[in-house]
Design a binder for this molecule. Structure first.
Ligand code: URA
Length: 429
């Protein structure tokens, strides 16, 4: 087989065979297929799409381009969640210890900030000493002893995705369902999971701007999980405003701790509970959603999820009691009276990056102390002069305009529902 002939199949809009996909991914991993050929293939896939079978084969080949986590046959179930990313999305910090407290092991491999969205690893690194570079052996042993870890993926896991993602990033081929699906699922499935839940976000702070596109992605992800024999469900959730009040790194850790102690903003608590409940149902731990929700509520309210979080942080070298440094707080106020009608959530994410809370380019250091606290939500009525955002920065004036312009106040706004749909394998062919 010649790489150029396989590219031509997709360029001409035809279906690739399993052998052709295998040849291409294996060749890319061992150097027989050059980066420029993989880039051409990515663009052909972007333009011509893929069938569910092609997507499943591509996912499987990328998954097997490296090693996978293996587990003893000890009766324990391993589960995880993936979010397509948003602003203020701190759910992983709460969910991992909550799952462990429910008796489900969670070897969570997370990422760093991407585009305007924050990254779980960047947030956790606000905790002094916390290590996000656990070895495969550490991931396996801590998952079994503590019940959860949150760490970065090592180079041995799905290396084809790591290299392909770097090419997609610079060839305008990131936002396409076949490549998003195979990238997300190949990485998650290296964890050797029994069940997976996906939080697929749409709206102004998400990669998928419309509900329709997010629905298509959710279907593709769930279908691929099902084809690969991992019980997979997805929630479709609104990202037209930040999740919770806090956006940034250290401030999001503090808000997560509030939720782990039974408090915190309602939307963060609700979404964490719903995602956890999905996994409790998929694995058969609870018979129905109501029982699963009650279990989660109890474990947050009685402090046991927080205790588990502290054990995980200590096991990964961090000090959960350390006082996190937060930059100076300044309040921005509404310039007119009215209703909060729209929030350009992506612009808020970009403002946090501009403050130093995210990276402009790979390898930039992060200022964990900066961030935002949303004092209003969509649909809230405000009077002129009411505080709408608290900015944590030592130079708040530099960001005032961008942040204020991201929040539209007029006479018409209404608050959207947070969770708008649930997609499970039974809904999908
Ligand atoms: N996150 C991923 O893991 N892969 C993508 O392609 C996009 C977001």
């Amino acid at each position: 087989m010649l790489p150029a002939s396989v590219i031509a199949v997709k360029r001409d809009g035809r279906e690739l065979s399993d052998e052709e996909i295998r040849f291409f991914v294996q060749g890319f991993t061992d150097g027989r297929v050059a980066d420029y050929q993989m880039s051409a293939m990515a663009m052909a896939i972007f333009l011509k799409g893929m069938t569910p079978r092609e997507i499943a084969t591509l996912t499987s080949e990328m998954l097997h381009s490296g090693t996978t986590l293996t587990w003893p046959d000890d009766g324990n179930l391993r589960v995880d969640k993936h979010s397509t990313g948003g602003i203020g999305d701190k759910i992983s910090l709460i969910l991992a210890p909550l799952l462990a407290e429910c008796g489900l092991q969670n070897p969570m491999l997370s990422g760093r900030g991407l585009g305007a969205t924050g990254g779980t690893l960047d947030k956790l690194e606000a905790i002094p000493g916390y290590r996000t570079n656990l070895s495969l052996t550490e991931i396996q042993s801590l998952t079994q002893s503590i019940g959860c870890v949150i760490t970065g993926a090592s180079d041995e896991l799905a290396p084809a995705d790591r290299r392909l993602y770097a090419l997609r990033d610079v060839t305008a081929t990131v936002p396409t369902i076949p490549l998003l699906t195979s990238s997300i699922m190949s990485k998650k499935l290296t964890e050797g999971l029994d069940a997976l839940v996906l939080d697929v976000k749409f709206g102004s702070g998400a990669f998928m701007k419309t509900r329709e596109l997010a629905t298509q992605l959710a279907h593709s992800l769930v279908r691929t999980g099902k084809r690969m024999n991992v019980r997979t469900t997805a929630l479709l959730t609104d990202m037209n405003q930040p999740l919770g009040r806090m956006c940034g790194n250290a401030v999001e850790v503090l808000e997560s701790i509030d939720v782990l102690k039974g408090g915190g903003p309602n939307d963060v608590r609700l979404l964490t509970i719903e995602l956890c409940a999905e996994l409790l149902i998929s694995t058969g731990v609870d018979p129905d959603l109501e029982a699963a929700r009650l279990r989660c509520q109890r474990l947050l309210d009685n402090g046991s999820a927080y205790e588990r979080f502290c054990r995980m942080i200590r096991a990964q070298g961090g000090n959960p009691e350390a006082r996190l440094s937060i930059a100076m707080a300044t309040e921005l106020t509404a310039e007119r009276s009215g209703v909060v009608a729209a929030i350009n959530t992506e612009a808020l994410g970009l403002a946090i990056i501009a403050m130093g809370g995210g990276r402009r380019k790979m390898g930039d250091p992060i200022d964990h102390s900066v961030g935002l606290e949303m004092l209003v939500r969509l649909g809230d009525r405000v009077a002129a002069g009411t505080p709408i955002v608290r900015v944590f920065s030592n130079q708040p004036e530099s960001f005032r305009n961008d942040i204020q312009q991201a929040i539209t106040i007029d006479d018409t706004g209404i608050g959207p529902p947070l969770i708008v749909d649930r997609i499970c394998g039974d809904d999908i062919q």
